[in-house]
Design a protein around this ligand. Structure first.
Ligand SMILES: Nc1ncnc2c1ncn2[C@@H]1O[C@H](COP(=O)(O)OP(=O)(O)OP(=O)(O)O)[C@@H](O)[C@H]1O
Length: 524
């Protein structure tokens, strides 16, 4: 029977199906640390015996792709993990005559893109067979090349509700250690600590990835540190206008622990530290476009999600004065800015991405394994960015009074706005969606804003237009009348830019995250 099982294994090396008829013997327990379901014991028995079907499972068999197995470890007859360093008791006694056991930890999908770590313990009658299974599974796991072994982790202890350290220690570190991932952890002591360390001191050759525990601001620090370091190591001057940037060789993981975690939500589908940790462990890789923002030919910042002038710039500026309020400051500032109803004059010039298949209003969504991103990026070239007006294409120029000028490099979805600012934006096609909201009444603007929280098309309004672009420039109009609102500020992924006139270009797939994009799957 065991030989038969191994034959199945040989036939289907990508799965652990064929383990044979199985029967759950022990009820599930929940881990205090990760909140995940932990142990479900299944007995490996010779075929031909009539088995109960596990509750809730019509087939009674389990099929897990190897790429979603996190670890395998020996368990003793009491079902306690031998290699976990911590005895873990099962709630029922093992089946008689099956004194050997091994436990497989794997990814289980639960509600709303959430992943959990599930343990299944298998019992065997023969110790050699048990070892054979363990070695065979470990051998399969060792062939997965994309998995990280050593990580550099930065924790912002003050992000969000100040629980970054606790989240990492209680929810993430135990999973890393179960998957035999070592981590060098740095708890930041000041703003820009992570950025500066990455720029100069970090020995990146030692690591397979960099993980940030915090919000979008923390991610932005890591992004800047890593992109700058990569260019410096490659001898590329990122301040030079026509320069093609070198894609970062090291992936970035985001453990959401901030008050805004848009980048995590837009690339995983949920803000959940355990889910993100599991995406890191299985070695997922999601390329991401990065915008470089320049002023007077000098690099100001990089951005991956929202660049917003007018409404979103004003909200951020006001909310910075209310940091003491915590995350609720965004609601207060949002309301205040909405009531102020400021508009700003300026000129937007942009280079439409006429060579890509999609458009911001085509109702398609960028999902895991997006074929459109793959096709468009191959045609365009990673790291590439159109610079200089001579580099082809027909520039368009629009002058006007705007309530908002936004550029969405990704959908900018968040729990409050599941579709986001631009629901059809792509993560890695080398473009950004430029959204222009012209001056209109408060009621009309409210209609537009409310559509972000509903399935209605937020661009189907006469005062809103949207363009998929490779590059754009904005120049504010100087006011001749004192007292008029002159300039707003740019909100760049949650940071305020010091200049209103900017030149923005998209660098195709400049970085990769430990994510796979939002999975298009039916959850149980
Ligand atoms: N040790 C530290 N002390 C103070 N500030 C820090 C520290 N480490 C990082 N920061 C800064 O804190 C800012 C906010 O961090 P983060 O994004 O993690 O949390 P957040 O609550 O989502 O942020 P925000 O309040 O901007 O929404 C970042 O800009 C980062 O540069």
């Amino acid at each position: 029977m065991v030989e038969g099982m191994f034959r199945e294994w040989e036939k289907h090396p990508g799965t652990v199906s064929g383990i044979g008829p199985v029967r759950p013997r022990v009820s599930e327990t929940r881990s205090r640390q990760t909140g995940d379901k932990r142990c479900e014991r299944k007995a490996l028995r010779p075929p031909g015996i009539d088995w109960d079907t596990p509750a809730g499972s019509p087939s009674g068999s389990v099929c897990v792709p190897v790429c979603e197995i996190l670890a395998v470890r020996e368990a003793d007859v009491e079902g306690r993990g031998k290699t976990s360093g911590r005895w873990q008791r099962l709630s029922r006694r093992p089946a008689e005559g099956y004194p050997y056991a091994f436990t497989v930890s794997y990814v289980e999908r639960v509600k709303q893109h959430r992943w959990r770590c599930r343990d299944v313990t298998f019992q065997c009658a023969d110790g050699a067979v048990c070892q054979q299974w363990i070695h065979s599974i470990r051998d399969q796991l060792s062939k997965l090349t994309g998995r990280p072994r050593h990580l550099l982790v930065y924790i912002n202890p003050h992000g969000g509700r100040g629980r970054g350290k606790q989240i990492y220690e209680e929810k993430v570190a135990p999973l890393f250690s179960r998957a035999s991932i070592s981590a060098s952890v740095i708890v930041t002591e000041r703003a820009n600590h992570a950025r500066d360390h990455l720029k100069t001191d970090a020995d990146l050759k030692k690591y397979d990835g960099v993980v940030c525990v915090g919000g979008d601001g923390m991610f932005s620090e890591v992004l800047h540190g890593l992109v700058s370091r990569t260019q410096r190591d490659a001898g590329v001057d990122q301040n030079r206008r026509e320069q093609r940037l070198v894609p970062c060789p090291v992936r970035i993981g985001i453990i959401p622990a901030g008050s805004t975690d848009c980048v995590c939500y837009g690339t995983v589908g949920v803000n959940d530290p355990v889910t993100s940790a599991l995406h890191i462990i299985v070695g997922d890789s999601q390329p991401l476009d990065v915008c470089s923002i320049r002023h007077a030919d000098a690099l100001l910042r990089y951005s991956v999600s929202l660049l917003g002038y007018g409404f979103y710039g004003d909200v951020l500026t006001d909310s910075e004065r209310r940091r003491w309020m915590g995350p609720v400051r965004y609601d207060v500032s949002g309301l205040k800015t909405f009531l102020a109803h400021n508009y700003y004059e300026g000129t937007v010039s942009f280079l439409p991405a006429t060579d890509v298949a999609g458009s911001p209003r085509d109702k398609t969504t960028c999902r895991a394994g997006c074929s459109r991103c793959l096709k468009d990026s191959q045609a365009y070239g990673t790291g590439n960015c159109v610079r200089g007006r001579d580099q082809g294409g027909d520039w368009r120029v629009i002058r006007g009074k705007f309530l908002a000028v936004n550029a969405a490099g990704m959908s900018c979805a968040c729990p409050r706005s599941p579709g986001g600012l631009s629901p059809s934006a792509h993560l890695a096609d080398g473009t950004t969606d430029l959204i222009l909201v012209r001056k209109c009444s408060r009621a009309s603007f409210l209609r537009h804003l409310l559509r972000h929280t509903s399935p209605q098309d937020q661009f189907d309004l006469s005062f809103v237009e949207v363009h998929r672009v490779r590059r754009f420039c904005f120049m504010p109009r100087r006011s001749e009348h004192e007292g008029d609102p002159v300039c707003s500020s740019w909100n760049c992924d949650g940071e305020i830019l010091p200049h209103a006139s900017v030149d923005v270009g998209v660098h195709c797939q400049l970085i990769r995250l430990f994510a796979r994009g939002i999975e298009d799957i039916a959850t149980p």
